[in-house]
Design a binder for this molecule. Structure first.
Ligand code: GLA
Length: 373
């Protein structure tokens, strides 16, 4: 099978950059609560080639859709190209002079699987535009700009995890990110050395109402923070959780808060376990995270719950849905030699339940945004 880089049109390009999709090891729906996340980058890349052109307009073609879109600085672009136009907009909003460009995109990041294909696109486009114009935009500030493009131009109220992962992750590491201070730590995550692997199973469950449900969860957290008189739910300590819950009248809101507060602690515990060098210890934390997403945050669907229970029954150390939810992918931590057996067990459970066959692949933590040429 050809790679995205091989499928990128010939050019000639002045610059070619690549940004990866991501999976989140743990820390779901904590980013917009100023909390902690621990994603790592996938080997699957979105590749963007760019060439400077005269004037203030941008042309972008997509190998995936076969479309070419041209827009000016004041156009409101819709569809996939909005993720490109949003980056131009965010750079200009930040005071940068973005020269006209011709861009082409090719991608191996599965679309709509919760693996952050949109962040990969935005981050690669930003890298190319910054390079073409010789702008001074350090990697550390790019996630915030790319997030702004998604929040304010595209209109998706996401947190900062995906753009941070796609920009800052390092091969062989998970990125421990404090979403309030934006402090980062590259945590070594070399599973092969311990005879382990992460199996990703794409449930292929159709995403329904994702954006509305995401926005509703976010709103509920913000309302709870207001009632509890804290800046964000990150400020509720696990030791104070029961007291905080007692101050909330709404049962649904109590569950949302419990997820966020316990999930933040699970990220910290996972980082501790990895620092101690025993990745098997994170299995139970992953599974507890899934249960919390299922029962308290209510963002799982039967397909992903089936992947998790089948993987655990087949001997996985832990398994959890990753990403925004309502479908998408599950990560299972397994003995490397058990990958095929776990995958077969999941396929069997899907067949029994009458679900369409899932997709599955083994991942190793890959490099964030980087220049190809
Ligand atoms: C989506 C968003 C992220 C994050 C996750 C849930 O991927 O883009 O900002 O909120 O959902 O953890």
């Amino acid at each position: 099978m050809s790679t995205a880089l091989e499928r990128l049109p010939e050019g000639p390009w002045d610059a070619v950059w690549a940004s990866p999709g991501r999976v989140n090891l743990i820390g779901e729906h904590t980013d917009y609560n100023d909390g902690y996340v621990l994603p790592f980058a996938l080997p699957q890349l979105t590749v963007v080639g760019g060439r400077r052109t005269a004037g203030e307009s941008w042309t972008v073609s997509s190998e995936q859709t076969g479309e070419t879109v041209t827009f000016g600085p004041d156009d409101k672009v819709e569809g996939w190209a909005a993720y490109v136009a949003g980056i131009v907009w965010a750079l200009r909003e930040a005071g940068h002079d973005v020269p006209g460009a011709s861009l082409a995109i090719a991608s191996d990041v599965p679309f709509g699987a919760g693996l952050s294909s949109s962040a990969a696109l935005g981050c690669a486009v930003m890298a190319v535009l910054v390079d073409l114009a010789g702008l001074d935009v350090p990697m550390a500030v790019r996630p915030r700009l790319a997030q702004r493009a998604e929040n304010e131009y595209v209109g998706a109220p996401t947190g900062i995890m995906d753009q941070s992962a796609s920009t800052l992750c390092r091969e062989g590491h998970a990125l421990f990110l404090d979403c309030r201070s934006l402090a980062t730590e590259q945590v070594p995550f070399d599973l092969a050395a311990q005879g382990l692997a992460i199996l990703v199973v794409d449930s292929r469950a159709p995403h329904a109402h994702v954006s509305g449900e995401y926005a509703a969860r976010r709103r509920s957290c913000e309302e709870a923070a207001k009632i509890l008189d804290v800046t964000a739910l990150r400020d509720v300590e696990p030791a104070g959780l029961q007291a905080a819950l007692a101050r909330l009248d709404d049962e649904v809101m109590r569950r949302r808060v419990r997820h966020v507060v316990t999930e933040d602690q699970r990220v910290l515990d996972t980082v501790e376990a990895l620092r101690a060098g025993d990745a098997r210890l994170i299995g139970p934390l992953m599974t507890a995270s899934h249960e919390s997403m299922r029962d308290d945050y209510e963002i799982t669907v039967p397909e992903v719950d089936t992947v998790v229970s089948a993987a655990l029954a087949a001997g996985a150390y832990g398994a959890r849905m990753t990403g925004g939810g309502f479908g998408g992918c599950v990560l299972a931590l397994v003995d490397a030699e058990r990958c095929e057996a776990v995958e077969a067990a999941v396929r069997g459970a899907f067949a029994d339940a009458g679900f369409a066959p899932p997709d599955a692949f083994v991942v190793t933590p890959a490099e964030g945004t980087h220049k190809i040429r």
